[in-house]
Design a protein around this ligand. Sequence first.
Ligand SMILES: Nc1ncnc2c1ncn2[C@@H]1O[C@H](COP(=O)(O)OP(=O)(O)OP(=O)(O)O)[C@@H](O)[C@H]1O
Length: 212
Amino acid sequence: MTHLSATAPILLEARGLAFYRQDEPVFGPLDFRLREGEVALVEGDNGSGKTTLLRILAGLLHLDEGALSWRGQPWRRIEHLGDTLFLGHHLGLKGDLSARENLAVAAGTYGTREGRDVAGVLSSIGLAGYEDEPVRRLSAGQKKRAALARLLLLPATLWLLDEPYANLDRTGIELVNRLLAEHSAEGGAALVTSHGAVSFLGGEPTRVRMHA
Ligand SMILES: Nc1ncnc2c1ncn2[C@@H]1O[C@H](COP(=O)(O)OP(=O)(O)OP(=O)(O)O)[C@@H](O)[C@H]1O
């Protein structure tokens, strides 16, 4: 990442992370560091545990083994609810609510970035004219954009993006890349999975490999 410095402060550090299902290892032990401004690609075969890792970091699954620290302090999920933003295969949108209403609920829970508001974010994400449509009536790509709008609106530092390019057209892909670049420039960080070609950094991304 162009804005990343090797001396940028470490945001998240994982040591010896491991996860099991019915006593069978899913992944681990896994070690990585993520610095302010760093965007990392999480790599691994189908079923290697990429989504599981992001869900653990989002606080949706319990970590079986290992330690996580946030800015050098032990990570306690409850203290970091607003620091991370997870965008998964399920977009976390209520279908009967509009994009505007969905975003307003999220903003009510987590607050907003300075200078950002729901209307402005929806416009810049390409949903002008669709703000008040129930989300279930939006196309797959429009739904994805409605979910991505949370990245613009909410103040989270660490983005956990599971297949953020899926269902997006070329301009949507460029949009994700722009969001990542802006987030990085502001000192934010991201862990990203992608089955497609990734071109988000214009250079070699940091890689977190599920298997050594
Ligand atoms: N809800 C679940 N219940 C039981 N096993 C699960 C569940 N979700 C995932 N798994 C298993 O956990 C393992 C890791 O799954 P995960 O979705 O994290 O992999 P992934 O690397 O993201 O895969 P993909 O590249 O296919 O998206 C797989 O073996 C999968 O079958």
